[in-house]
Design a protein around this ligand. Sequence first.
Ligand code: HEM
Length: 398
Amino acid sequence: MDAVETLYDPWSPEFVADPYPAYARLRAAGRAHWHGPTRQWLIPHYEDVSALLRDRRLGRTYTHRFTHEEFGREAPPAAHEPFHTLNDHGLLDLEAADHTRIRRLVSKAFTPRTVENLAPTVRRLAAGLVGDLVAAGGGDLLASVAEPLPVAVIAEMLGVPEEDEERARLRPWSAAICGMFELNPSEETARRAVVASIEFSDYLRELIARRRKSPGDDLISSLIAVEGLTEQEMISTCVLLLNAGHEATVNTTVNGWWTLLKHGVRPDPEKLSTAVEELLRYDTPLQMFERWVLDDIEVGGQVIPRGSEVALLFGSANRDPARFGPTADELDLTRADNPHITFGAGIHYCLGAPLARLELEAVFGELLRRAPNLRLAAEPVWKPGYVIRGFDELLVEV
Ligand code: HEM
């Protein structure tokens, strides 16, 4: 085993439980590291992650410029096609002109006003869910509060009617699809993602047809109204909004409370937004994003050639003392200078960041008010993948 494999073993439970010591060693060892098992270049420094996110010589896809053969990669198996059709037409996995066009159109439908209008719904939902948890004397914070809130908000925003039985399937569909974003997904994971992609797309196709006939006050109706999106792009955008719109929010809520309870601290309700930013930095919910190298780049004197894949280590960047100073590894709920990279940078910068912040502040605020004695009922267990960092459950008492 060479040195980098010793420093970074993303499949080991120790790494998943606490990747931060490994990141510190990677940062000390250099700026770009070839990692054989994943065939990726690891980028651990804040300055490099931030610069590469903005660098147009990299892309989330390469298919707008090269065929798979030209790029030295294999086409995905035909059996995975429904997943790729869905994923590859979403904003997040497009580059160049298609990305610009769709981002502009989606931004017209998903505006600051949309988020503002959702605020009362978000607060009402948070109050109801936290109220139920408190009345029950505790329970699983993930299943009873952290997860239902963002899923209900997206369902509401997209206009998925409450009476549609598919509303209960949004979360399992999303979980099945997101399995593909971990390192080297298994065939079983791919099979589940394919089934979910087909079922979810069929449902949305039918919902879009309903909204074409009778538009409502919802995002799907707005996406139809802005014109310029194909039906596939609309379906892919809705799925992206659901997936991107709740996985990380669920985990930030749960990981954040775990961090607070472990440290025995509670944020000052008056300074909640600063504390939420620090929780987003301190334990980054989406630990790593990948990019393809479309033209040769150089990082720290190391040439990384076209056709390579880089792994941008967000979790490491957010703990880099070169950017966050000597207290980078400490939890400071009043940290003032906090340009964390958790929502990304450059053209793919998170479109939902204002909504995520609204949801997090609502749910943390409600729990601070209603559950002054919130405590852990059991030590949680990390999920095996490290990219989407989270627990299966967080049992608490109030
Ligand atoms: C704590 C919660 C969240 C985190 C940490 C997060 C993080 C991110 C990151 C890092 C990216 C860029 C990925 C890359 O550059 O490869 C991204 C993109 C995106 N996010 Fe979020 N996100 C969150 C919540 C949300 C919410 C609530 C929504 C919408 C309802 C949302 C919608 C999107 C969309 C549509 C994109 C793609 C933008 C593009 O490609 O132009 N996200 N998010």
